[in-house]
Structures are given as C-alpha cells and as structure tokens.
Design a protein around this ligand. Structure first.
Ligand code: ADP
Ligand code: MG
Length: 214
C-alpha cells in the first residue's frame, strides 16, 4: 500500500466527513447524543490541516496511518475518537510488517483492515450484531479478504469492500443497540441507522473511490 494512496484517502475522507457532518450528527441525535458528525469533522479537519501544512510524515503508509491515528485519538473525542484512533494505529502497525513487496496490494490492505477491525472489537469489547461500526466493518473486511483470495483487481476489491460496508450499515437499522450510548435506549434504538456504521461505510467508500480514481 502506498503512502500516496493513504494520503489521498485521508484528504478525501476529511472532505466527505465535512459534507456529511450534519447527516452523521442527525443519526446520532436519534439514538445517541448528536455529536458524531461534529466529533469526526473536528478530527479529520485537523488532520487534513496538519497534513497540508507538512506537520505530519510526507510519505510511507505506516507513518501516515500512525499520525492519523494519533491525531484522531487526540481531537475527535467520544467513543468513536478512541475507536477510530486505535483502528488507524493498528492498521499502521500491520502495514509496517514485512517488506513492501510481500503479498498483493489487496491482501496487504485486507490485513491492515483486519487489524483495524480487531483493534476496535478489542477496545470496544464489541462484536457484530450490536448495532455499531463493526456491523459495517466486519462484512467489509470479509468481502475484501474474499476479493484478495479471488485475485481481484485493487479497484474492484475495494468497491466490493465498500458495497459490503454500505449493506452492513443499512442492516443496523432493525437492530437493538447493546453497546455505546445507543444501548441506553434499548428497544427504542430499533428503526435507526447506527451513526458509527454510517461513518465507517463513508470512510471505506472514500478509500474505494480514491483507488478507482473517482
Ligand atoms: P459517543 O457515543 O461517545 O458520543 P460518537 O457519537 O462519536 O461517540 O460515536 C458513536 C458511535 O460509536 C456509535 O454509533 C457506534 O457505532 C460506535 N460505538 C460506540 N461504542 C462502541 C463499541 N463499544 N464498539 C464499537 N463501536 C462503538
Ligand atoms: Mg455521540
């Protein structure tokens, strides 16, 4: 995975989150405390500014992901700041393992996403089916791993990953939340899309779009 791909992804993610800030916040207002879009926009905007100003690493996927993880942990706040921060740090560690030539790009991104998702599950003590970001991320990493095994091209593999994340996010609507703030609502959380699942799907779609040049 190239540093250029990661940098382009982080910048596109920041602009998509800024555009979806109110939507993500409205989703969180329904079943949480209404700050998810605000939280993420604060962190990703800060990240984009720091990268643009040359305050972060200028190359290398691992150093860029680690810098992003530190910045997101330090600026986002809320549950999602800690969880996405940890995810980015885990992805950074995963891409640092082995020479750049080990495995295909798809397999290397799949391994990084697997490490990120495992990091969220460990920190959040959560698993799919609890109406969280993991309901988007776990099917997404499974789709990406299947695409890697099938030898799919990078852009196709990442599109399948993003499609699986979208479907997983939509499928949170009928679930009862059992983790995070939304769990305080119990059955009243039914009928609402989980904001963290929506933002995870957005972040993975941005990665797919960067890889396909969209
Ligand atoms: P907060 O709940 O602290 O206000 P945010 O609103 O930024 O934080 O993020 C809420 C999102 O975080 C939820 O929609 C959910 O997807 C995710 N989340 C919360 N707790 C957990 C957890 N234990 N495991 C995984 N994801 C979680
Ligand atoms: Mg919130």
């Amino acid at each position: 995975m190239s540093g250029a791909l990661v940098a382009a992804w982080l910048h596109l993610a920041a602009s998509r989150i800024a555009a979806e800030r109110m939507h993500l916040t409205d989703l969180d207002a329904a079943i949480g405390d209404g700050d998810h879009g605000i939280n993420l926009d604060r962190g990703f905007a800060a990240l984009a500014v720091r990268l643009g100003a040359g305050d972060g690493p200028t190359e290398g996927a691992g150093p860029l992901l680690a810098f992003a993880g530190r910045t997101i942990s330090g600026t986002v706040g809320g549950a999602s700041g800690a969880l996405y921060g940890r995810a980015l740090q885990r992805a950074a560690a995963a891409v640092e393992v082995g020479p750049d030539t080990a495995g295909t790009t798809v397999a290397r991104i799949a391994a990084a996403l697997r490490a990120a998702v495992d990091g969220i599950a460990a920190l959040g003590r959560s698993r799919p089916g609890e109406k969280t970001m993991l309901d988007a991320l776990v099917p997404a990493v499974a789709a990406l791993e299947a695409a890697a095994v099938a030898g799919a091209r990078l852009s196709d593999a990442l599109a399948r990953m993003a499609d699986a994340a979208d479907a997983g996010a939509l499928a949170t609507t009928p679930l009862v939340a059992t983790k995070g703030r939304a769990s305080y609502l119990g059955e009243r959380s039914i009928g609402h899309l989980d904001p963290g699942a929506a933002s995870s799907a957005l972040l993975l779609r941005a990665l797919a779009d960067v890889a396909s040049g969209a």
